[in-house]
Ligand binder design. Sequence first.
Ligand code: UDP
Length: 241
Amino acid sequence: MTDRIDVLGVGFDSVTIDEAIARGMTLMAEKRAAYVVTPNPEIVMLAREDAALLNAVEGAALVLPDGVGIVKGARILGTPLKEKVPGIDFAQGLFAKMAESGKTLFLLGAKPGVADAAAEALKARFPGLAVCGTNDGYFQDNAPDIEKINAAAPDLLLVCLGAPKQELWMQENASKLNAGLMAGLGGSLDVFAGVTERAPEGWQKLGLEWLYRLLKEPSRAKRMSNLPKFGFAVIGKRIKG
Ligand code: UDP
């Protein structure tokens, strides 16, 4: 494993998306329920104030820079990362490879019904991908969900509970889970199910996914106030040398 690149206290793996997918497939084959996290600037800022979240991120087998903000921050700090690896693109790369070899997927998270709709959409998009179970993300007690996941024994478990819940859940339960690999992917099930839209490609290329999202969901404004704070913190650190 390469040394991680520090971005305001959070270590990131410097990998291309293809390297991330290859590493994900290797981890999946090792079947030790290792987990992948994909922090964006909002999550880096949360982790600076939340030791439990930081610890959960550090415990991940792979920490991927979800979005252009982290990549720009690393460059400004003089320790560039290879490229951005959006969690949703990483997952889709895994699905394509999993479909070729009949690997199984379990979807955990989002409101009731969403994971099932996401499963149908993914099966249509990736013929050969086997969805072996789904569960919504509003459970009260972890135990029944863990039993259900373990009975299904998925090669990949997507944990889509939002940050920091998903990172803490994966860290806490990794040792009890019978799964190849886990990935914490926020609102991805809503995107796969068509409940929320991803920014059009032009916006993505310009690094403006965050702005598209803010325009679509203005209620995120408070959370997103962490974005400029991230920018100022990076510049402040750069100036201090
Ligand atoms: N969610 C969930 N359980 C919870 C809280 C949230 O399953 O207790 C789901 C929510 O329905 C949504 C996702 O987690 O599908 C979080 O989406 P968001 O876009 O906020 O993700 P983030 O920006 O944190 O990656």
